[in-house]
Design a protein around this ligand. Sequence first.
Ligand code: PXP
Length: 242
Amino acid sequence: MDKLRLGVNIDHVATIRNARGIAHPDPIRAAMIAVDAGADGITAHLREDRRHISDEDIAELSEKLTVPLNLEMAATEEMLEIALRHKPHASCIVPEKRMELTTEGGLDAVGQHNRLAPLIRELSAANIRVSLFIDPDEDQIRAAADLQAPVTEIHTGLYCDLEGAERAAELERIEKAVALGSKLGLEMHAGHGLSYETVKPIAAIAGLRELNIGHFLMGEAIFVGLDASVKEMRRLMEEARQ
Ligand code: PXP
């Protein structure tokens, strides 16, 4: 099976920092620890309201990271301009609602085709690898493939929220979505809400190449340290892959 990369999302280090409006804890330091612990990439979401990651964080990450930076961003002119300025390795386009606590659902790649197409073209022309964050839905996967962004990230939030037979059914939808995306030539990623409890069935899906995980890792780091939480997540992912 292909290697499954782990992208560590550091947004919530910035959430804690911003609660006090001071410099500690520093998300860049967290990124460095995550990389030393085995993260293959760092993910950060620059939101319109700058509730966690700031413009300065993106500038510093772009300058200092030795692994790929995946910039999560809404499909807006402002974010396009920032991405083109810093040229991250990848940009994951996410839907963004001002009042949401976190990214609630996937992009509407079907309905938003005309809005997304020029954005994807501009990012791709700048050698930024574009990823679309979408729900495990056949029409959305086909629309993502039509948009010619090379990567699709499947939203695993609902799978994590459900239990029992409902979770199993959602897992099956994700497996089918990954198989279809791979068949259509997309590189398939997944993420949102994953924890030690939920990661293994997702990590076992052969077509997946990357998971992006943040909130759980940062929460767990409070108890065991970031180095340990990242290493344990990696261990579970590798175990699932065997
Ligand atoms: N992938 C995407 C596209 C996201 O928006 C997020 C949340 O920022 C994640 C992955 C990580 O989700 P979580 O923080 O719940 O692990």
